[in-house]
Design a protein around this ligand. Structure first.
Ligand code: NAD
Length: 370
């Protein structure tokens, strides 16, 4: 009996979202035709597109679908048309609701430098060539959510702003496990990042990660202060394999690591929730970039970040590592062939549109698996 179809909810969203998603659908079609996997696809609206149709950036019905499927693939949300909407109606609220209701506490942000794009980095080629880091950021706790928080006026008329950094052992251990498991499947090195020198939540983080490390004797665990990590990322980034850190430091360090690669249009991400009894996690995959209203509708966007997000879905939600490798290799081959969308254009290369980039990728997939 063949394996059951993997169910995917596609939420293309706004701006360039639908354009880049159209290219992912070609890859999905290709995989099904080749018999590599079977998918049950559903599509829905999110962000401004959902607001226009339903008056809300995410309907309860779409939210329910997101909870039911095996994985969600999202394009991007937002745009100037909806900038003046009240807070609760803004396109971004749709995405935030997905993350919150699905309890996606682990954000995976790879920073991978493709050889043909080594020159796109602002760092010297020898520093970034072959770079392959995974940053695991805790996404639902820490200082962005801790209580108390607020702005108050003091008796002397001064105002005071308060945010609170809080982590429980449970929160630290669950993100730690995701990171150790990933490290186990990669280079078996995990660097845990906090500021245990000045923050008590950092002391707890380090203690819990150290204890957890005993369950993963095959993974080499190290600890680093966040400020040092920022320095090391731009000095010798290749020393890292997997980095695990909290919400705030992860926000900063993942953007820093992303820019080592030089291009927003190439960056995928995954956000994972807790594992159920069968070990299955709720999961949302999306490119790091936004809806790029400046180029939307012009067939100019780079679809690779979304295609690589789909590849992460194959790897992490469906355990289809070989299929994911095929997609990644096809992307590398297209770039090695000298083809570039405008955002990654380099002298002497051939500039191609969104749809041609998709077409070239399928051609490479055909070559790899005729
Ligand atoms: P953006 O990522 O949309 O664009 C930043 C710049 O990068 C733009 O010049 C854009 O043209 C370019 N760019 C982005 N993705 C590209 C791609 N795939 N190919 C080629 N070029 C690409 O960020 P922004 O301009 O700050 O935000 C635009 C809108 O997107 C806003 O409404 C913002 O709120 C929203 N946004 C959404 C998400 C999301 O959906 N996850 C993330 C960030 C921003």
């Amino acid at each position: 009996m063949s394996a059951p179809a993997k169910s995917i909810l596609i939420l293309a969203g706004d701006g360039i979202g639908p354009e880049v998603m159209a290219q992912v659908k070609r890859v999905i079609d290709w995989m099904q035709k080749k018999g590599l996997a079977q998918f049950a696809l559903e599509e829905g609206l999110v962000g401004g597109a959902s607001y226009e149709a339903h008056g809300t950036p995410l309907t309860d019905a779409t939210m329910a679908r997101a909870m039911a499927v095996d994985a969600v693939l999202l394009g991007a949300v937002g745009g100037p048309k909806w900038d003046d909407l009240p807070f609760e109606k803004k396109p971004e609220r749709g995405l935030l609701r997905l993350r919150k209701d699905m309890e996606l506490f682990a954000n995976l942000r790879p920073a991978l430098v493709f050889d043909p794009l080594v020159e796109a980095s602002t760092l010297k080629p020898e520093i970034v060539q072959g770079l392959d880091i995974m940053i695991v950021r805790e996404l639902t706790g820490g200082v962005y959510f801790g209580q108390p928080r607020g702005i108050e006026t003091l008796a002397n008329g001064e105002r005071k702003g308060v945010d609170t950094q809080v982590y429980t052992t449970g929160e630290i251990l669950r993100i730690g496990r995701v990171a150790f498991e990933l490290a186990r499947k990669r280079g078996k090195k995990l660097c845990s990042v906090e500021k245990a020198n000045v923050m008590l939540s950092g002391v707890l983080w380090r203690e819990e990660m150290t204890k957890l490390g005993k369950d993963y004797p095959d993974v080499q665990l190290s600890h680093m202060y966040a400020d040092n990590c920022a320095m090391q990322l731009v000095r010798t980034p290749k020393q890292f394999d997997v980095i695990v850190t909290d919400n705030l430091f992860g926000d900063l360090l993942s953007d820093c690591a992303a820019m080592l690669t030089g291009s927003l249009g190439m960056l995928p991400s995954a956000s994972l929730g807790a594992a159920d009894a069968q070990g299955k996690r709720k999961a949302l995959y999306e490119p790091v970039h936004g809806s790029a209203p400046d180029i939307a509708g012009k067939d100019l966007a780079n679809p690779l970040a979304t295609i690589l997000s789909f590849s992460m879905m194959l790897r992490y939600s469906f355990d289809l590592g070989a299929a994911a490798d095929l997609v990644d290799q096809a992307a590398k081959n297209v770039l090695a062939g000298g083809f570039r969308t405008a955002d990654i254009m380099q002298p002497g290369k051939a500039k191609v549109s969104t749809s041609v980039m998709g077409e070239l990728l399928i051609r490479e997939l055909d070559k790899l698996k005729g």
